[in-house]
Design a protein around this ligand. Structure first.
Ligand SMILES: Nc1ncnc2c1ncn2[C@@H]1O[C@H](COP(=O)(O)OP(=O)(O)OP(=O)(O)O)[C@@H](O)[C@H]1O
Ligand SMILES: [Mg+2]
Length: 351
């Protein structure tokens, strides 16, 4: 058993980015082992334990060990999401870029079915095949069409296993492609007209879909009313609470640093300045044609990961703003603590 978990840990270390069910495998095992709650369908954890996994444990939960918080924000969003997943409707997480929709979807799938990788990515080029099934053409030519020569989509696999499938950026795919979800969500089966027998794939209990949509993309390919009725919408707002924003940035920075093999601690005072800077930038945002990605600091971190184009401009903007905040802090009599000044100095060096 010990060798098995050691091997697993080694394998995890070799992954550039382990999905939540691998990253938190040990924690999930523990929660499953102590879970006495009622589990809907084939869920691996009861709704209460899923909540603890995502939002962290409190002393009131009376667990032998501490379960750290992984998603920061209002608990009601998470609770609503969990309840939806145990219902007949799909879950649609909607919100601005970087608000943690995909991360929450990943955590929920990992906790509920230990698999967060049945994912369809919505783009303008997403086809119905990617939602339902396609064929292995070479094998169809030699063997003909059958279940064996069919390639099921991640959604179809999730249906067969009674697990959760994820649909990222739903509104980016075209309306006709989106609408192929209607029958999946209401009838809970996919028919395969090409086959004469065994032509229907039924969903097992526990199957559901977590979709995400960017509110900035609203109108790109708006959902049809029929599809809207099959989803429960949970709108995730931008975090404006400085404490929560700091928690997210600390969490995210640690994750990114560990992934890249760095062991750096972000000084709390530097974090204060950064969060304040972005709050100021946010306030000034209405006067400028700024990018949605700047709307929060973790959005920026994400943005930085994926784009290098505008970093110079952004860097200058942040540097200028931070410079002003540092000067303000210096002249502020209340911020005369030794510790604070030390980090202000440090931040000047960094920037
Ligand atoms: N509320 C949050 N709690 C914890 N981490 C968060 C939160 N919001 C964002 N993050 C961190 O920021 C990263 C980016 O968030 P994520 O990709 O989930 O955003 P998104 O809402 O899906 O954005 P997009 O609309 O661009 O896809 C996550 O991997 C996570 O580490
Ligand atoms: Mg996302």
């Amino acid at each position: 058993m010990a060798t098995k978990s050691k091997k697993k840990a080694e394998e995890t270390e070799q992954l550039l980015r382990a999905p939540a069910e691998i990253k938190f495998a040990e924690e999930l095992e523990y929660l499953e082992s102590i879970d006495k709650g009622v589990k809907p369908f084939s869920w691996r954890l009861s709704p209460q334990m899923v909540r603890i996994f995502v939002l962290g444990s409190t002393p009131a939960d009376k667990l032998d060990r501490d379960i750290p918080q992984k998603w920061y924000g209002d608990a009601t969003y998470v609770e609503r999401a969990i309840v939806t997943l145990a219902s007949d409707r799909g879950l649609l997480l909607i919100g601005d870029p970087g608000t943690g929709k995909s991360w929450l979807a990943e955590l929920l799938s990992a906790a509920i079915c230990r698999c967060s990788t049945y994912v369809v990515q919505g783009t303008a080029g997403t086809t119905e095949d990617q939602i339902k099934y396609s064929w292995n053409v070479a094998r169809v030519i030699s063997e003909g069409q059958s279940r064996d020569t069919m390639i099921p989509s991640p959604i179809m696999v999730a249906m067969q296993r009674g697990e959760l499938a994820r649909f990222e950026e739903l509104t980016r795919s075209t309306s006709d492609v989106q609408d192929s979800l209607i029958s999946i969500l209401s009838e809970k089966y996919i028919s395969i007209p090409e086959l004469s027998e065994d032509a229907v794939v039924y969903a097992k209990p526990g199957f559901n879909i977590i979709a995400t949509a960017n509110s900035r993309d609203r109108g790109v390919n708006d959902l049809s009313s029929a599809l809207k009725r099959r989803f429960n919408f949970v709108t995730i707002p931008i975090v404006t609470n400085a404490k929560q924003e700091k928690q997210i940035v600390t969490f995210r920075t640690k994750d990114l640093a560990a992934r890249n093999g760095f062991t750096v601690e972000v000084p709390p005072a530097l974090l204060d300045i950064l969060v304040q800077t972005f709050s100021d930038l946010r306030q000034a945002q209405s006067n400028a044609t700024s990018d949605a990605k700047f709307s929060n600091l973790h959005g920026l971190l994400k943005y930085r990961e994926s784009s290098t184009r505008q970093q110079d401009n952004l860097g200058t903007m942040v540097q200028r703003k931070m410079g002003r905040n540092i000067t303000k802090l210096r002249s502020d009599e209340d911020s005369s603590e030794e510790k604070h000044r030390k980090w202000v100095k440090l931040s000047e060096t960094i920037w």
